[in-house]
Write a protein that binds this ligand. Structure first.
Ligand SMILES: Cc1cc2nc3c(=O)[nH]c(=O)nc-3n(C[C@H](O)[C@H](O)[C@H](O)COP(=O)(O)OP(=O)(O)OC[C@H]3O[C@@H](n4cnc5c(N)ncnc54)[C@H](O)[C@@H]3O)c2cc1C
Length: 399
């Protein structure tokens, strides 16, 4: 039996997210998008206040277990919320999607470690000031798609973790793409321990912001300007030996795929929300704008464009729901489904945001409207966390 109706609890949180997205995220995100210097975005009270409100409502801790202070929501419910938030803006929503990466990882992989849970997970969940933010870093100047290249022993992270007595010493740099890199106060870092094993020679380390860690300037980019991305440098950063959360070795591909399965689904929902925002604005414009004696919606070429966007939204959401349901009901979910859902949703968002700009004609490219912003934002979703080509390559390998 397939049940597609939402529970009362799901409807409530979906409605809360919808209101928050429209009343708080959207105006903030539009204002932040117009700021020319990316550094001013993340220093601005608009960004901080928006994030604080989101933390107060618990949107930063949805997937974390209740007994650790999270909301304990299942992947389908979490997905409903991501979609709604993304309708307001994908930059702020991506900030919230990335912020719990370290606490989530710890709550799954180091759940027995009460010291780490008490120091990093509970305070994160209790935070209503948006002062605790995490980030993950794999990408480096020479390691982009190669982060998923497990097979070439000549390819490894250049950020290194070396054992010295009872500590790990970390040296190296992560590239300017790290989401929340410039504003996070703790990091999950992929660092090479054994270069002879290639990428699987990396372990995953928990690194608090502190002595030896330098956060770079915010990346200046075409879209998702409300998502901070910045490089990170590590100069003899010492952490306790048991801050290695995941050792290097043969389990690396499985762990990496598990992270990507969750990440793919999150990025997919961002794409559906973004496309919905573009579609809804274009549809209402098309019903108002009169040319050739009638609303342009009554010209079939325009109506078909809108109907195709509607199809894409419904199809992408359906696939995402299946991927989310599978993640909730099967250990580690199904990478192929999550990959299919993410690649499809993000490609649809790119394709149809361009089409929605066309519905507005000249007004579509004007910064007085937000359609051009959606089109710029959509491009980043096809690259985020790994490019669609690499996700498809890995999905295809599992067919
Ligand atoms: C919004 C956003 C958020 C991000 N957040 C993070 C983050 O939080 N942490 C982090 O570590 N990184 C993050 N990244 C970085 C992201 O993971 C990389 O940009 C991505 O993995 C691609 O690496 P690259 O940019 O170096 O491109 P390259 O790897 O240099 O790829 C360039 C082109 O070659 C193609 N290509 C490469 N290899 C192959 C192949 N084998 N087959 C087919 N095509 C191939 C790619 O698809 C792409 O089109 C983020 C990126 C974006 C855009």
């Amino acid at each position: 039996m397939i049940e597609l109706s939402l529970t009362e609890e799901q409807q409530e949180i979906q409605a809360l997210a919808r209101r928050f997205a429209r009343e708080v995220i959207r105006p903030a995100e539009i204002a932040l998008d117009k700021m020319a210097d990316p550094e001013t975005v993340f220093d601005s009270p608009i960004f901080r206040k928006t994030l604080k409100k989101a933390y107060t409502l618990g949107f930063h801790k949805m997937g974390i277990r209740e007994d650790l202070g999270g909301l304990g929501l299942d992947p389908v419910t979490t997905g409903l919320v991501w979609e709604e938030l993304a309708v307001g803006g994908v930059g702020i929503t991506a900030t919230l999607l990335a912020a719990p990466v370290a606490p989530l990882f710890l709550s799954v992989l180091a759940s027995g470690r009460t010291d780490l849970i008490d120091r990093f997970v509970r305070p994160y969940c209790e935070d209503t000031g948006a002062s605790r933010i995490s980030a993950w870093g794999s990408s480096e100047p020479n390691i982009g798609s190669d982060g998923s290249n497990y097979h070439d022993p000549g390819v490894h992270h250049e950020t290194k973790a070396r054992k010295e007595g009872t500590q790990w010493v970390i040296d190296g740099a992560k590239s300017s793409f790290v989401s929340n890199g410039g504003i996070a106060d703790f990091f999950l870092l992929f660092c090479c321990v054994d270069p002879s094993k290639g990428i699987p020679g990396s372990g995953v380390f928990l690194v608090p912001y502190g002595e030896g860690v330098t956060r770079g300037r915010a990346l200046d980019k075409i879209g998702m300007r409300a998502l901070n991305q910045a490089e990170l440098a590590f100069d003899r950063v010492c952490i306790p030996e048991d801050y290695m959360i995941m050792p290097p070795g043969d389990s690396y591909p499985m762990m990496h795929n598990a992270i990507k399965t969750v990440g793919n689904i999150g990025v997919g929902y961002l794409a559906v929300g973004l496309l919905r925002a573009a579609y809804e604005e274009a549809l209402s414009y098309a019903k108002e704008r009169v040319q050739w004696g009638r609303p342009i919606f009554e010209h079939e070429a325009v109506a078909f464009r809108l109907f195709e966007a509607f199809q894409a939204i419904e199809a992408a959401r359906g696939l995402l729901w299946k991927a989310s349901w599978t993640l909730a009901n099967k250990f580690l979910g199904d990478f192929r489904l999550s990959a299919a859902a993410r690649v499809f949703a993000t490609n649809m968002a790119m394709k149809h945001t361009v089409e929605m700009v066309q519905v507005l004609g000249g007004y579509g490219i004007s910064k007085e409207f937000t359609l051009e912003k959606y089109m710029r934002d959509a491009k980043l979703l096809q690259i985020m966390d790994a490019t669609n080509e690499i996700i498809a390559l890995k999905g295809a390998a599992l067919l």
